[in-house]
Design a protein around this ligand. Structure first.
Ligand SMILES: Cc1ncc(COP(=O)(O)O)c(C=O)c1O
Length: 453
């Protein structure tokens, strides 16, 4: 069988059943041997043989466009050859460095700092965490609690911050936390500016401002019930929450009130970071500077795990050993991550994100005439299609599930998210070509038209 990287595909190629017989064997084995909590293969039933760029091939030889993309991790696609070469080179020198300084880490920090707005570079310190977004979220909360001496946290409805106990407690998804009693206390949820789902039924135009004003008044109300919090944590685009971009007014007002009250603002850029929205970090597009940035997924560009927080040095009051972790020194990820930034600059990857995003939105534009499509929205290459029943107005989760399954059979892997999983989500590689965008968008448009006919 031809290897994907030796003969790069130009499009998907699905010939047999999905899952095919060889995938089915591994899926059955997984069901027997792995946890009931497993997720992706339940709805995307394939066993993966290899990946290259925007494509993966399953064990049965079917080739798919991959817009799940390792949950947004593979910013330069599967196995980018230059990142692989960088990792192989590093592999012969040092792989694991705990939190000792190393040349690979030093280069990585330099590269990351160079991507921050100039005014923030001297202000921010780094802490490398255990290699998951959730662990870095935990660190962000701890550094803010320690520095302020306070215990409460404000988070937003619909947000997702991970599956560790603290990160899960900050997450909106009730189903995940309901079975796990005695979670982290002191977390207060406020509404997020989600145009098609305002819990207070406010008009679309006012919603962003309304959410921020509600938060501001609650925090300033002596009878508001919430002690001054240690931090406010937010995503700039809720990813797992259904690709919901915050509004400019909302973000700016939240920044203004947190600054006025001396509350550190944490932006969770685990999914939006590293170029996903068309700037290195999404906060740059909202004209704010946060106090803490949480980053993980795409930091290495190639899926080598790494997670960190960058935070204002005034918050650096925690003690030595306050947030340890064995796997904080992934040298392969540092080497690949520095190279990824070099490539992002050299190949104008951020320009590609903006151009391909505009192309994708234009191609999906026809969907707005379909009564089952409530909204097509996103930022950069983080795009979602929200489906809702035109008669009842209910989230059309069953339709979304069928769109996902049907798109897979046509050769496109997409994820779902949002309330009751009613949003079809796209996270293409940031170096995706115009041809792949065209084919992927075409599959979705045809699939949704066929299933709603
Ligand atoms: C915004 C955000 N924060 C945190 C996380 C958790 O990251 P991890 O799964 O690596 O713990 C995710 C994962 O999807 C995320 O999207």
């Amino acid at each position: 069988m031809t290897m994907l990287h030796s003969a790069p595909p130009i499009g998907p190629d699905v010939r047999g059943d999905v899952p095919g017989p060889r995938s089915a064997v591994l899926l059955a084995s997984q069901q027997r041997r792995e946890s009931n909590a497993r997720t992706y293969p339940r709805h995307l039933p394939i066993a993966i043989e290899e990946g290259s760029g925007s494509f993966v091939r399953d064990l049965d030889g079917n080739v798919f466009i991959d817009w799940l993309n390792g949950a947004g991790v593979l910013s330069l696609g599967h196995n980018h050859p230059e990142l692989v070469a960088e990792m192989i080179d590093q592999l012969g020198r040092l792989t694991h460095g705990l939190d000792f300084p190393t040349p690979a880490k030093e280069g990585f920090i330099d590269a990351q700092l160079s991507m921050l707005p100039a005014g923030m570079r001297d202000r921010m310190k780094f802490h490398f965490c255990g290699p998951t977004g959730a662990n870095a979220v935990d660190a962000a909360i701890k550094v803010c609690k320690t520095a302020t001496g306070r215990g409460d946290i404000v988070s937003f409805q619909g947000g997702f911050h991970g599956s560790g106990s603290a990160a899960m407690a900050l997450t909106g998804l009730v189903a995940q936390k309901q079975p796990v009693r005695n979670g982290v206390p002191g977390i207060h949820f406020f509404p997020y500016p989600y145009r098609t789902h305002c819990p207070a039924g406010m008009s679309l135009a006012d919603y962003g401002r309304g959410c921020a004003s509600y938060l501001e008044r609650s925090l300033k109300d002596p009878n508001g019930g919430i002690p001054l919090p240690a931090a406010v944590i937010m995503e700039l685009v809720q990813g797992e929450g259904g690709v919901v971009p915050a509004t400019l007014e909302f973000v700016q007002q939240v920044r203004a009130v947190t600054r006025e009250l001396g509350i550190p603002l944490i932006v969770d850029e685990v999914q939006t970071g590293c170029g996903r929205t068309g700037t290195w970090f999404a906060f740059e597009q909202f004209g704010i500077e946060p106090d803490v940035i949480v980053a993980s997924k795409a930091l290495s560009g190639v899926g080598s795990p790494i997670a960190l927080i960058m935070y204002d040095r005034v918050l650096d009051t925690w003690a030595p050993g306050a947030h340890t972790g064995t796997f904080r020194g992934n040298q392969l990820a540092f080497a690949a991550g520095s190279k990824a930034i070099e490539i992002v600059r050299r190949d104008d990857i951020l320009g590609n994100v903006r151009a391909r995003s505009a192309q994708l939105m234009t191609r999906l534009d026809v969907l707005v005439d379909n009564p089952w499509v409530r909204e097509v929205r996103g930022m950069g290459l983080m795009v979602g299609i929200e489906l809702a029943d035109p008669v009842t107005g209910r989230w059309a989760s069953e339709l979304a599930r069928r769109v996902q399954a049907s798109a897979l059979r046509r050769g496109l892997i997409v994820e779902l998210g949002g309330r009751e999983d009613c949003v079809v989500r796209m996270l293409p590689a940031l170096n995706v070509s115009p041809e792949v965008i065209d084919i992927g968008a075409g599959i979705l448009v045809e699939t949704i038209a066929e299933l709603t006919r």
